[in-house]
Design a protein around this ligand. Structure first.
Ligand SMILES: [Zn+2]
Length: 99
């Protein structure tokens, strides 16, 4: 899965922004947005850890929090997957619980 891409262009003047927090052309400051993106990535990582530990409800809540904070493809994928999982009926098979 690709890492979350920072904004490539300044939303104000369309100058190339790259990973800079301040636009070199118009001076718009995106440091708060950058911080939110970093926090969303960190939350997505925590959600993955929670999922690995079997804490699916916490993982879903953490992924949702990451999605609310900033666009995070990983968190969005986790949130959708966990939402689909929780809406599907669970079947018990001979080898154990099948999800
Ligand atoms: Zn700009």
């Amino acid at each position: 899965m690709a890492a979350m891409e920072p904004a490539q262009r300044c939303p104000a003047c369309r100058a190339r922004l790259g990973t800079a927090a301040v636009c070199s052309r118009c001076g718009s400051d995106f440091s708060i947005a950058r911080r939110a993106e970093r926090q969303a990535r960190a939350l997505a990582g925590i959600a993955v850890q929670q999922l690995v530990l079997g804490q699916t409800e916490q993982a879903a809540a953490t992924a949702d929090a990451a999605c609310a904070l900033a666009h995070s493809p990983l968190a969005q994928a986790l949130s959708q997957m966990l939402r689909q999982r929780s809406s599907q009926p669970q079947r018990v098979t001979g080898s154990g619980l099948e999800i």
